[in-house]
Design a binder for this molecule. Structure first.
Ligand SMILES: [Zn+2]
Length: 447
């Protein structure tokens, strides 16, 4: 054998060994990958509830009573009280505290009177503890009181409400993944706590959605009509496009009707099993956007966009909708002054001219309750949902007492009876849809 041949043979042996090393290497990588996948899968399957023992060290003996706790949209809020004598309070906060000690705090509005400290984070229903911003971990909700000498004390929270079931909250889908947050009151060794147990999941349950789109009217209800154009058809087309756009961000979207609804479908079915209110209430979604075309104010020649939101809201997202639509679709803010909060943003309540205490046969409706049912009846107790079956023609919203609500917005894209406005929506529907999509994307930090 010549040296050349030997080298060739050696090379072949090397090549074979190299291939085997490469193969083994790939095998190891594959195994590691499988193990990691398995681990991620089981990490949420074998969720362990946190034990209160971990926080006992930091809490006082007294407990604060929670009289209300509400998840509206993406935020958790609560109200309650603590029996305490002569506190010198500098600040009272609700904190979500990790076992590691790290905490997220929310300021409360509080009041001290006759040995009782009352506190609330419900100043605005869609701010408070942002459930989207929490880490995968266990948190405890505590009342934190800072006294004027700088000393801090923590009090655990006990459940003084009629709500006893856990709330399963799923964060919005980002990068194909969600966090599941189990919100529950625990009691161990006579210590109470409101705990948040957060794990990662890779798919929302089948019946849980991120966003609900509600194309206004439908079935035998055409909405406003202008010549050959119908409101229900225009908003359906734009709603279907909006669904596509939001899905392209990775969001899971439920639409309340898709154009296949029959003539049986009308505004009085809204609380039926397949009615728009029931669908929204059962969706687990964080936000609902209802699209409409305007028509009421026949004396208006100007037209323009109107975005409606609930009472006691932070209106950043409503403003963003209005501003983006005006910019993208080259339209204008509506000039209508009734119920206007600022340019393009409206809050319509029962207060104005509606004899609200006996509105449509319902008794005891307070003035600040939102007037528009699609905003009010999907928010549960956060928005004062009240439809209880006592008005036979309206049916019953079985979720009216829910402490979990969907954050609702109704957008009047433009006026059917203002020709330039109608043309703009017909010709530039995509720009309206893009504007709404952009607002949701940036407000919720989706992508
Ligand atoms: Zn309408």
């Amino acid at each position: 054998m010549s040296r050349g041949k030997q080298r060739k043979k050696k090379n072949k042996v090397y090549q074979k060994r190299n291939r085997m090393v490469l193969f083994a290497f790939i095998l190891v990588i594959l195994l590691v990958y499988i193990i990691i996948q398995k681990r991620e899968d089981t990490s949420y399957a074998t969720t362990t509830s946190a034990s209160i023992g971990d926080i006992i060290d930091v809490i006082e003996n007294e407990e604060a009573d929670v009289s209300t706790y509400i998840v509206y949209g993406t935020h958790l809020n609560l109200e309650g009280s603590l029996d305490i004598t002569n506190p010198e309070i500098e600040n009272a906060q609700i904190v979500a505290k990790k076992e590691s000690g790290e905490e997220v705090s929310v300021d409360t509005t509080y009041e001290y009177e006759n040995g009782k400290l009352s506190f609330s984070t419900l100043d605005k229903i869609n701010t408070g503890l942002d459930l989207e911003s929490l880490d995968v971990d266990n948190y405890y909700m505590l009342l934190k009181i800072t006294s004027s000498n700088g000393q801090t004390k923590y009090y655990s929270l006990s459940n003084d409400t009629e709500y006893t079931e856990d709330i399963d909250y799923y964060t919005l889908t980002r990068n194909n993944s969600n966090n599941k947050i189990i919100i529950s009151f625990l009691k161990q060794n006579s210590v109470s706590a409101l705990a948040l147990n957060i794990t990662k999941v890779h798919k929302l349950p089948d019946n849980v959605y991120d966003v609900v789109i509600d194309p206004g009217h439908g079935g035998n209800d055409t909405g406003a009509i202008s010549g050959k154009y119908q409101e229900d058809e225009i908003v359906l087309e734009n709603s279907l496009e909006l669904k596509k756009k939001l899905e392209s961000l990775g969001l899971k979207v439920l639409i309340t009707r898709d154009g296949t609804e029959t003539d049986e479908y009308d505004t009085y079915n809204i609380y039926d099993e397949d009615g728009r209110v029931t669908m929204a209430n059962e969706s687990g979604a964080k936000i609902l956007v209802s699209l409409h075309m305007n028509s009421n104010e026949s004396d208006l020649v100007h037209g323009g966009v109107e975005v409606y939101a609930a009472t006691n809201m932070d209106l950043s997202l409503a403003k963003s909708f209005a501003n983006n639509i005006v910019k993208e679709a080259n339209t204008s803010y509506s000039k209508m002054e009734n119920d206007k909060v600022e340019d393009g943003v409206y809050v319509r309540t029962m207060k104005v001219n509606r004899n609200s205490s006996t509105f449509k046969g319902y008794k005891g409706i307070y003035d600040e309750v939102p007037y528009l049912f699609i905003i009010r009846e999907i928010g549960g107790i956060a928005t004062g949902a009240y439809v209880n079956g006592s008005n036979a023609s309206y049916g019953e919203n079985i979720y009216r007492n829910s402490n979990v609500g969907v954050e609702g917005y109704l957008i009047e894209l433009g006026y059917m009876n203002v020709n330039s406005d109608l043309r703009n929506v017909l010709n530039k529907g995509n720009s309206y849809v893009k504007a709404i999509t952009d607002s949701i994307n940036s407000y919720y930090h989706i992508k």
